[in-house]
Design a protein. Structure first.
Length: 68
């Protein structure tokens, strides 16, 4: 069984790559060991995607054009 973290009191941090113009607004929540919750800051009450830390690191490395 998968257990999602309780994010009701989460502190969300906006990505430094969010453009501020309202089109690219990604936030991540800190304080979830081994997990990276991600949401669209334009819809904070919307769905949250939760990635494993390793998968998130591989995604970021791929976005930077580097091997994971």
């Amino acid at each position: 069984m998968n257990r999602l973290p309780d994010l009701t009191a989460a502190t969300w941090r906006k990505s430094s790559y969010s453009d501020g113009g309202g089109t690219n607004c990604v936030e991540v929540a800190d304080g979830c060991p081994g997990l990276v919750p991600v949401r669209d800051s334009k819809v904070p009450e919307g769905r949250v995607l939760v990635f494993g830390a390793g998968a998130w690191g591989a995604f970021l490395a791929g976005m930077r054009g580097r091997p994971a």
